[in-house]
Design a protein. Structure first.
Length: 467
């Protein structure tokens, strides 16, 4: 056993020596390539072009093996990107993309070099589609960090990408959604048939657009913003009617369908962001006309406060069995606003509503009904019994559709009952009929329950926008 361990130990040492020797040789090769490139770039000609291209290809393929500083190579990027030879600038863009994924440090080193970022963005002026494709892939790789995203936005990379995309993208009917088996809404990605450049441009636009703050969105030229918004809406509508699944992809194994990692929700977010700049009125109205429309004779100009009389009326209604409702609490309390904002961020929605309901003992607030939005019921004080019925229809209610006249016959449907106590949370999806009531009984008194119920509902409009 000792001899065997000795052999293993010796083998490990040899591997370590070979690994160290390999790394040392790799560093030496990089330094040699840097020196050769520097000499060749100082005396560019048609005879040195193949040699420079070969050196750049070696650097590109060896980047992921490097554990040393790439600073000398990165220092040459501005010069390489300004070359008039398409082969050189393509290789330079490929190096930027590969180096950006080596480490966070190198990514930030590239992003903070303004000359390199400007040089990369300038490649979109090149009429060569292969150059534009390499530049676009480099932007996508570089955009994997927030620092790089902001640096690209600061140098108007988004404006340039949007302009080029509007110029070259002509076949909206070639857009589709693709899925590798899971056909749920959230698994769908964007694909474009036989157009890898358009896929790359669209992906880069959506990544940077969704990284913009409000000021950066307003900085997008109006004509560019509106043209891009209209095109994204058309893409969204057209792709909704074309779904390519894993089985259908077998006919696309030769690369006819160019796939992206941009999901439906990413596209919807970009449309929403561009809609901020969209003008809703074709002609501006005089200020007095707008004021008349907002503050006519029926509008209350002063803030609305609850008076003592209002409180007494609410107290009397509560004693008579009525449920008291306070709406819009996300605008009234900072703690509730924080919860609502966090939920909105999690679900990718602009906002989440919060209402408070106080129900007296042995009472029912609302009759059996269903909502066009999802609800989280948070029991704050007291207790309440909820009954959730099976969905009466396979079709979910559309957002803001009229629910009047919808007859709910729950007598023949399945049901589940939930008894909520303080601290409990119940999730009710849209379209599921439900009702709730308090039950003041001897048992509720014995277990310390006060009989009444105070709960908060958080309403989430989960239906994807722009259908």
């Amino acid at each position: 056993m000792k001899k065997k361990h000795a052999l293993v130990s010796s083998s490990v040492k040899k591997k370590r020596k070979r690994s160290y020797s390999s790394n040392s040789q790799h560093v030496s090769d990089l330094n040699t390539l840097f020196a050769l490139l520097l000499a060749s770039l100082s005396n560019q000609s048609q005879t040195t072009l193949p040699f420079i291209t070969k050196c750049l290809s070696k650097i590109h393929h060896s980047l992921l093996l490097s554990k040393s500083s790439l600073t000398p190579i990165l220092a040459l990027l501005p010069s390489l990107l300004s070359s008039t030879h398409s082969q050189i600038v393509r290789r330079a863009a490929d190096i930027i993309g590969a180096a950006s994924l080596v480490s966070l440090k190198i990514n930030q080193e590239i992003a903070t070099d303004s000359q390199t970022v400007k040089g990369l963005i300038s490649l979109f002026n090149n009429p060569n589609r292969k150059v534009q494709f390499s530049a676009c892939n480099a932007v996508l790789d570089l955009s994997t960090t927030a620092v790089a995203q902001q640096q690209l936005l600061n140098f108007s990379a988004l404006h340039k990408l949007m302009f080029v995309f509007l110029q070259i993208f002509k076949h909206v009917e070639s857009v589709c959604f693709w899925s590798e088996g899971n056909e749920s809404f959230h698994s769908l990605k964007i694909g474009i048939r036989e157009d890898e450049l358009s896929v790359a441009l669209l992906s880069a636009i959506i990544v940077l657009l969704n990284a913009c703050d409000l000021e950066q969105l307003h900085d997008i030229p109006t004509s560019l913003s509106e043209a891009s918004l209209n095109l994204l809406k058309v893409i969204r509508a057209n792709a909704s009617h074309h779904l390519v699944t894993r089985g259908a992809m077998k006919s696309n194994e030769e690369g006819h369908l160019c796939k992206s990692n941009i999901g439906v929700s990413d596209l919807a977010e970009s449309i929403f962001r561009l809609s901020i700049n969209s003008s809703q009125l074709t002609n501006s109205l005089p200020l007095e006309v707008v004021q008349r429309g907002l503050f006519d004779s029926d509008c209350i100009k002063e803030p609305l406060y609850l008076t003592t009389e209002d409180v007494l009326k609410c107290e009397q209604a509560y004693k008579e069995g009525y449920t008291l409702a306070l709406r819009g609490l996300e605008f009234r309390y900072q703690s509730i606003a924080a919860i609502a904002d966090t939920l909105a961020l999690m679900f990718g929605q602009p906002s989440v509503g919060a209402n408070l309901y106080l129900t007296p003992p042995n009472s029912q607030g609302l009759a059996c009904h269903f909502d066009d939005h999802c609800v989280f019921v948070c029991q704050i004080f007291g207790s309440k019994k909820w009954t959730v019925f099976s969905r009466p229809s396979q079709m979910l209610p559309r957002l803001y559709d009229s629910l009047c006249g919808s007859v709910i016959d729950c007598s023949k449907t399945g049901r589940r009952e939930f008894f909520l106590k303080e601290g409990d949370v119940l999730y009710i999806p849209r379209g599921f009929p439900h009702e709730a009531y308090t039950n003041y009984s001897v048992e509720s008194v014995d277990d310390g329950s006060p009989g009444f119920s105070l709960h908060l509902t958080l309403s989430i409009e989960v239906e994807p926008p722009f259908e």
